[in-house]
Ligand binder design. Structure first.
Ligand SMILES: Cc1cc2nc3c(=O)[nH]c(=O)nc-3n(C[C@H](O)[C@H](O)[C@H](O)COP(=O)(O)OP(=O)(O)OC[C@H]3O[C@@H](n4cnc5c(N)ncnc54)[C@H](O)[C@@H]3O)c2cc1C
Length: 253
């Protein structure tokens, strides 16, 4: 890993949601440009080694700082160290951003209904997209579906409400739909593929999947991404390739 590809940035804040979920912000160098939905590559010095991992940007492309949302993998080379992050620490940031989970990839169908579906930290790129006025002006309906295992893992709830008020003011088509898979009392507690196959998700959203109008973005756990994709294909939606099609995905591992 060539160190010239990186700049050194300072950690500005750390927020712990649970023992295994936290968010942090850091300085953003002027050259670091990205489109909502893209990811950065962050480096951490572990002994003699620079360990680098991909992280979706949570903050908007217009913010002066960068925000990220991280899991802690107990044996993970990166996050078992990153979890001890403190204000003032230094992190490496690769100079360029990456990724195709952006709204620009949709040419057809034209934008109308947007479903953003994330598991766990897979929420990150969607918080970013919802802080871009263009997202709100392009789509008539936006459903943010956020699947976690337990209620305490529902991070960013207040931020989502604030964002909907600030960016979605006057937009009547936004719905936030939490899914809590290990809590049978939660209004929605099945895995996303099940909720799609049995029609429950559409019922709660008040909107049906339509190959002519629907854009769906899936992000997070690869098993969820794959099974959800298959459930959507069974409903007639297609993978987005070269600008055409309904479904765009990003796997975190
Ligand atoms: C395009 C892209 C964007 C990503 N964005 C984010 C992000 O915004 N936030 C984030 O926390 N991670 C994100 N990741 C995952 C991240 O790059 C690392 O895998 C993660 O930080 C764990 O690193 P590690 O070295 O501790 O463990 P690794 O050795 O990288 O992973 C070990 C195992 O941990 C599990 N795991 C990895 N990532 C996650 C996760 N996010 N949630 C639950 N389990 C996980 C998997 O089972 C994996 O096999 C992204 C990955 C990709 C490819």
């Amino acid at each position: 890993m060539s160190i010239e590809k990186f700049t050194q940035e300072k950690v500005l804040s750390v927020h712990r949601w649970t023992n295994t979920l936290f968010s942090f912000t850091m300085t953003r160098p002027a050259h670091f440009k990205f489109t909502a939905g893209q990811f950065a590559r962050i480096g951490l010095q572990v002994g003699d080694e620079l360990v680098v991992r991909a992280y979706s940007v949570v903050s908007s492309p217009f913010d002066e700082i960068l925000e990220f949302f991280s899991v802690v993998v107990p044996e993970g080379k990166f996050t078992s160290n990153l979890q001890h992050l403190k204000v003032g620490d230094e992190l490496f940031l690769e100079k360029i951003s990456y990724g195709y989970l952006t709204l620009a990839r949709y040419q057809l169908p034209l934008p109308k209904d947007l479903w953003l579906m994330g598991t766990g930290t897979g929420l990150a790129p969607f918080i970013c997209m919802l802080q871009d006025f263009e997202t709100w002006s392009k789509y008539e309906k936006i459903n943010l579906v956020y699947s976690v295992r337990t209620r305490d893992e529902l991070a960013y709830i207040e931020r989502i409400q604030e964002i909907a008020q600030t960016f979605g003011e006057g937009h009547s088509g936004f719905k936030f739909i939490p899914v809590i898979t290990r809590e049978p009392d939660a209004p929605l507690h099945d895995r996303l593929p099940v909720l799609i196959a049995n029609g429950e998700l559409e019922k709660v959203a008040g909107l049906t999947f339509n190959p002519e109008t629907t854009h769906v973005m899936l992000c997070g756990n690869p098993e969820m991404v794959n099974d959800t994709k298959e459930a959507l294909k069974a409903r007639g939606l297609t993978m987005n390739r070269r600008g055409e099609g309904n479904i765009a995905v990003e796997n975190y591992w």
